[in-house]
Ligand binder design. Structure first.
Ligand code: AMP
Length: 279
């Protein structure tokens, strides 16, 4: 496994592989890797000849300066995990390497980038599109892998590659959870032990709401999730929406879609956690 900091250096390594028709897979990450990330990497290794994992805390997707400053950075440990997972190249550029000049591009992918996280985190998906498009131009992967934990992000990336006509296959990977149901996240390390005990209530409530969906209306299921979580003094729901999983438009009735997905954001103390469930 090679750890590469420069764009041209990485391109130099990949050029021969491309010429020889090798399939290249990319897993974009911000590091602080856990088993959720590794499930993407393992799939990338299985399905491609060459696996590239980028580790880059992208400043342009943070709308909260404190979140950017405190985001965990653990490159050495990340590289050890990636090596055992069979990764070929870790691309870990500096901010200057990725943004030698400010990226002034503004994207408009319509609804998928405006709702939910798009509304609550202004500029977040624009920053995601900036960095992921750059990574796609640098690596030119055949396949890219994203986790369904960031459900809306996948819809944004799909819209981006369609609009920009980038020839890459986008692969969605299931959420990896702790034994108690909590979705793995780099931000979980910020939970105090007491809050860590509370956080699994999010996944548990979503799971319970799935059983209710058979007999209750969309509105009733939303109210159940919001009220159950907010009943805990340490949890505060920012939004819970049940949407069509492709368009991300909110549904009013279960009959509106055959692919209903509930997306939640909850503050657990100061820590902002997201999760989702397919109905
Ligand atoms: P991040 O480093 O948080 O930007 O995440 C990098 C990639 O890993 C994204 O595509 C995430 O959706 C994915 N990911 C993060 N946590 C999980 C998880 N618990 N299960 C599956 N994928 C995940």
């Amino acid at each position: 496994m090679k750890i590469v900091k420069g764009i041209n250096e990485l391109k130099g390594y990949l050029v021969d592989s491309k010429r020889n028709g090798k399939r290249i897979g990319l897993v974009p990450t911000m590091g602080a890797l856990h088993k959720g990330h590794l499930s993407l990497v393992e799939r990338c290794v299985r399905e491609n000849d060459i696996c590239v994992v980028s580790v880059f805390v992208n400043p342009t997707q943070f709308n909260d300066k404190h979140d950017l400053e405190t985001y965990p950075r653990t490159l050495e440990a990340d590289c050890a995990l990636l090596e055992s997972a069979g990764c070929d190249f870790v691309f870990a550029p500096s901010v200057e390497e990725m943004y030698p000049e400010p990226d002034t591009r503004t994207f408009d992918f319509g609804t998928v980038m405006q709702v939910m996280e798009g509304a609550k985190r202004p500029g977040h998906f624009n920053g995601v599109a900036q960095v992921v498009s750059k990574l796609f131009y640098i690596v030119e992967p055949d396949n890219a892998y994203f986790g369904e934990k960031d459900f809306q992000q996948i819809a944004v990336i799909r819209a981006m590659v369609k609009q920009l006509q980038i020839p890459v296959q986008i692969n969605a990977c299931p959420i990896v959870r702790e034994a108690d149901g909590l979705a793995l996240s780099s931000r979980n390390t910020r939970l105090t032990p007491a809050l860590r005990q509370k956080a699994p209530l999010i996944a548990r409530t979503l799971q319970e709401s799935k059983a209710l969906a058979a007999t209750k209306s969309v509105r009733e299921v939303i109210d159940y999730v919001v009220n159950t979580l907010n009943a805990d003094p340490d949890l505060e729901v920012e939004y819970y929406e049940i949407v069509d999983g492709d368009s991300l438009v909110s549904i009013q009735d279960w009959k509106d879609t055959s692919y209903a997905v509930g997306c939640v954001t909850v503050y657990c103390g100061e820590v902002r956690l997201i999760d989702n469930i397919k109905y």
